[in-house]
Design a protein around this ligand. Structure first.
Ligand code: GN1
Ligand code: MG
Length: 368
């Protein structure tokens, strides 16, 4: 098996014993690999980087390398005062010293340590879980707060720049196949209508950035429920994972995405649309956890756009899923035809719920 052969090219003791798929990532292929020696075994996470999405894998690995090295130092330095052992995966070098291996087809692979005795969940479980996810994101932001974001590469230009995604959608809509998908169902037409009604507002964060009200920092880029490891023993958050999108960006992209993901108890693949709501108790719990561990670095201008970022990142994901459906599923992996349309519809429903609860959400976010 190719993945086993690749795994063996990393600098890890022992021999590959097994390789199994891991998680439900929408972009990369992820495996858990067990290495055995005569007296022990070790599990590592092996990933094939999707270079259709991440076109600069070497720069991407450089970002991950530099950020993890910095964060590990912070966590070690602050260890004695911490209420837990905070963790972050470590990049495992290949036997040739590089942070990746290129296979015979030109694919890039990387290996990272597994955060053991912990797991992540596709859907939020309860308020305590939301609190811990907020804590992990807040603590990660605290750990990178003193790092100069201009030292990182922009490995995914346009990522979370909401107005930029209209070009993808509009181009796809101009094709025959795109028109057929749009008019193939009332659902698709309704999603497009929802998106079009909010086009003008969708530059709200980018406009604030252009005015200098919001400034780029280091962000995680994808702090969804499934990317936060929860300790099996204590139930506390221990690590954020999936560091592909660690790069310069607005902190609002992270806060918005985290709330979008964690405050919807029905999850991204919900089938029962009556269950899709933006849950205010989960929101309060997440914000509390974030506040406790981010050690307060938000400015007044940052606070001004907190409600917008929750609504916007939810809207943006609806737009991204929908544009990909219209384009023929070229970006997000799908397990069945129509999945990206379904995913878009879920985010539209969530966005409607956010809009309906604007005042209550603003009140909660004012606590940050
Ligand atoms: C993608 O690959 P994965 O599942 O970590 C996407 C995120 C979306 C997320 C939605 C690079 O993340 O932006 O929020 O799906 N990542 C990229 O589940 O586009
Ligand atoms: Mg990701």
């Amino acid at each position: 098996m190719l993945s086993a052969m690749i795994a063996q090219m990393f600098n890890i003791d022992g021999r590959v014993f097994s390789v199994e798929p891991l998680g439900h990532g929408n972009v990369n292929d992820t495996y858990i690999v067990i290495f055995r020696t005569v007296f022990s075994e070790q599990r590592i996470v092996l990933q094939r980087i999707n270079t259709n999405v991440f076109q600069k894998p070497v720069e991407l690995m450089e970002n991950i390398h530099n950020v993890t090295r910095h964060v590990h130092k912070v966590y070690e330095r602050e260890q004695d005062e911490a209420d837990r052992i905070w963790q972050l995966p470590l990049v495992i070098p290949a036997k040739d010293g590089k942070d990746y291996v290129i296979d015979e087809n030109g694919n890039y692979w990387r290996a990272i340590t597994q955060i053991a005795s912990a797991q992540s969940y596709e859907k939020i479980k309860n308020a305590e879980h939301a609190h811990e996810i907020g804590a992990v994101l807040g603590h990660f932001h605290h750990a990178v707060a003193d790092m100069d974001c201009t030292k990182l590469h922009d490995t995914l230009p346009g990522f979370h720049i909401t107005p930029g995604y209209f070009a993808t959608l509009d181009n796809a809509l101009q094709t025959k196949a795109g028109q057929a998908r749009l008019h193939g169902s009332k659902v698709a037409e309704n999603v497009l209508q929802f998106i079009n009604q909010r086009r003008e507002w969708s530059s709200v964060l980018e406009d604030a950035k252009a005015r200098g009200e919001l400034v780029p920092r280091i962000i995680h880029g994808d702090p969804k429920t499934a990317n936060v490891m929860i300790d099996n023993v204590t139930g506390k958050g221990t690590s954020i994972i999936d560091l592909d999108t660690v790069k310069p960006g607005l902190i609002h992209y992270d806060i918005g995405d985290c709330l979008r993901s964690c405050c919807n108890p029905a999850g991204e693949d919900a089938n029962d649309f009556t269950q899709i709501v933006f849950d205010l108790d989960l929101c309060s719990a997440l914000i509390e956890g974030y506040k406790e561990h981010s050690q307060g670095f938000l400015t007044d201008n940052d606070r001004k756009y907190l409600y917008d970022c929750v609504r916007l990142i939810t809207y943006e994901l609806a737009l991204r899923f929908f544009a990909d459906y219209i384009a023929g599923d070229v970006y997000f992996k799908v397990r069945h035809e129509g999945q990206n349309l379904h995913r878009a519809r879920v985010q539209v429903q969530l966005c409607r719920s956010i809009e309906a609860r604007e005042n209550q959400i603003r009140k909660i976010l004012a606590l940050l």
